[in-house]
Design a protein around this ligand. Structure first.
Ligand code: C5P
Length: 225
């Protein structure tokens, strides 16, 4: 890793960290790592290859060689998997589910570690995920743990899915979110938890702008941005 500053943003599903991390990176002109996208890509790729989520060795091998390209087209981020645009496909609930299954496999996490760390570099990096502050960038000078109630997160997810034209059921989403939290927080490796020294931000009754400003103020106060 080099000396460029890093802000990590970890938190549970639909805590708003993706939007917040993107906005913080844009406001600072820094790079962005959406680490969840890597687990989603792996889940999707494994499914397409007919690999079971139990095949640990096969999944770790896929993770090492994942043929993925992150690019910007007209300012919009695009993700290509084996040449195919999967930007939208990886956001489906079903793919999130696959992602959280492959994410509990230790050799998979190990295979993705160096890949994630390679995103660091000048002028700085905002890294969004579950274990950015605890495992991937433990020396980051600013670590955020972003949370919100399960009900509020389900409402946000519902709105997001509807806007994207996907079908959704609010009660089912609350259940899914609880199940996903449980799996992410209680797994043996890299469980979702606030990193040492993390600033915990509860966004239940905050707007995206308020959260972004809180993070930027903190970065300025610590003299890292
Ligand atoms: O953040 P996102 O919902 O895209 O992540 C999908 C899944 O990938 C999460 O539910 C989690 O299980 C896993 N993940 C992870 N570590 C990360 C990012 C995501 O285990 N750093």
């Amino acid at each position: 890793m080099n000396g460029a500053p890093i802000i990590t943003v970890d938190g549970p599903v639909s805590s708003g960290k993706g939007t917040v991390a993107r906005e913080v990176a844009a406001r600072l002109g820094w790079r962005l790592l959406d680490s969840g996208a890597l687990y989603r890509l792996l889940g999707l790729y494994a499914q397409r290859r007919g690999l079971s989520t139990d095949d640990e060795a096969g999944l770790a091998e896929l993770a090492r060689d994942l043929p993925v390209v992150f690019e910007q087209t007209d300012g919009e981020p695009r993700i290509l998997l084996d040449g195919e645009d999967v930007t939208r496909a990886i956001r489906r609930e079903e793919v999130g589910e696959l992602a959280s299954r492959v994410a509990v496999i230790e050799p998979v996490r190990r295979a993705l570690l160096a890949r994630q760390q390679a995103f660091a570099g000048p002028p700085g990096l905002v890294a969004d995920g579950r274990d950015m502050g605890t495992v991937v960038f433990p020396d980051a000078p600013l670590k955020i743990f972003l949370t919100a109630s399960a009900e509020e997160r389900a409402r946000r997810r519902y709105k997001q899915l509807k806007e994207k034209g996907f079908g959704a059921n609010l009660a089912a989403l609350v259940e899914d979110i609880r199940a996903r939290d449980d799996r992410d927080m209680n797994r043996d490796i890299a469980p979702l938890e606030a990193a040492d020294g993390a600033l915990v931000v509860d966004s239940t009754s905050m707007t995206v702008d308020e959260v972004v400003n809180r993070i930027l103020d903190e970065a300025a106060r610590r003299d890292i941005a």
